[in-house]
Ligand binder design. Structure first.
Ligand code: SF4
Length: 377
């Protein structure tokens, strides 16, 4: 499947077609979707519909069984390091945005500071790292990010990045430096909304972003993680589009593992009110529906969500959780500087505490040398 056909696939399901499909769902159709072994987009729509509400328990049981079949009873753990909070883009929902009005300090970590942050995380047992930056390609270019990846690889067996969209050559530079995964959220697949909320920078180019994970996969990135920023537009439509994107990536980049995240807008800068908030029931429903539609895709859950909800979701389809996170540069081993953070977190538990919650749910937290780190803490 070509890149163009991913775009075509998304465009073949405009919002009006999705609304029509939802309007046609009956409770009988929901039961068919639950019972099917292979599911198509209409099954996904049925599972996402309000008509599925009386059957969420059954859907949850299928989700749990399916997740255990593909992933066992394990939950991977990771944490982000914010390499830089510099950003020339202006995404109106984000604390790092150039015109967010935030005045706290902007900073890019030196490689020595990064090393200190890495040690702070590995001392807590973490072995998977996500390096995050804003969009400041002039000040934090791909070579600087690659240098950071090299430093991080001295401490972490697995290093992924969540950065601005790159071209093929850029992703090749990162693969060469040892990057295993790329996380890149489309934010919203709804083009008019996309243009309304992205005001400056390269990120304003919808098609370039839609195409980015395909370029990453082509460059040899082994893990591709995508998602929509829930709250920007109607969540049911966003979930259908994200699911189509994931399916398309599985075909295009068959050598890479595809995973999904569910970033839900909760805290935003003053100038932005969340237009389509997603409540907890809908959040759980969308995850369960996606699990039935994409049984072999990993699901990541971040510390944006509160502890009680995260714990409840452990047995229902999650495969990776972030833990002990900070969303500011220098947030783990800070020298006392209050740098600007991207967003506030709901789950502030340490990795060891999250691991305990995972065990309590009957699952095994996965990180190398976890037992040693946990028992010595
Ligand atoms: S979402 Fe990313 S690109 Fe947009 S303002 Fe925030 S850090 Fe910058």
């Amino acid at each position: 499947m070509t890149v163009r056909s991913i775009k075509e696939l998304i465009e073949s399901w405009p919002a009006e077609r999705i609304i029509e499909a939802f309007d046609a769902v009956t409770e009988e159709r929901v039961l068919v979707a639950i019972g099917n072994e292979q599911r198509d987009v209409y099954d996904l729509v049925a599972l996402l519909s309000p008509k599925a509400w009386p059957h969420l328990e059954r859907i949850a049981m299928r989700s749990q069984a399916g997740t255990r079949r593909y992933f066992g009873r394990t939950i991977g753990q990771y944490a982000p390091i914010y390499l830089s909070n510099l950003c020339a883009a202006d995404c109106i929902y984000c604390g790092f945005a150039a015109q967010s009005g935030n005045t706290e300090r902007r900073k890019t970590l030196s490689m020595d500071e990064l090393e200190v942050e890495c040690k702070a995380l590995t001392s807590q047992g973490l072995q998977s790292l996500l390096i995050v930056t804003g969009e400041a390609p002039k000040k934090v270019d791909v070579h600087r990010i690659a240098e950071a990846v090299r430093v991080a690889r001295r401490h972490f067996p697995s290093v992924s990045v969540e950065i601005y969209a790159l071209d093929d050559a850029g992703y090749e530079v990162l693969v060469e430096a040892g990057v295993e995964g790329v996380t890149l959220y489309m934010e919203t697949y709804h083009r008019p909304t996309y243009q309304q909320v992205h005001l400056l920078g390269e990120k304003t180019v919808y098609d370039y972003r839609l195409d980015a994970l395909t370029r990453a996969g082509r460059a040899g990135v082994r893990r591709l993680n995508l998602g929509a920023l829930l709250g920007l537009y109607d969540w049911r439509a966003e979930v259908v589009w994200a699911a189509l994107h994931a399916k398309a990536l599985q075909k295009t980049c068959w050598q890479s593992a595809v995973s999904l995240s569910f970033p839900r807008l909760r805290h935003t800068p003053e100038r932005f009110e969340i237009p389509s908030p997603v409540d907890d029931r809908s959040f759980v429903q969308l995850m369960l529906a996606l699990r039935l539609f994409l049984p072999e895709v990993g699901f990541n859950l971040s510390t944006r969500e509160p502890p009680a909800l995260r714990d409840r979701l452990i047995p229902l389809g999650i495969t990776m959780m972030s833990a002990g996170s900070s969303t500011r540069p220098g947030g783990y081993a800070s020298t006392g500087e209050e740098t600007l953070q991207q967003f506030a977190l709901e789950d502030t538990r340490s990795p060891a505490e999250v691991a305990q919650a995972v065990r309590r749910a009957g699952y095994e937290p996965v990180w190398k040398d976890f037992d040693e780190a946990f028992h010595s803490s």
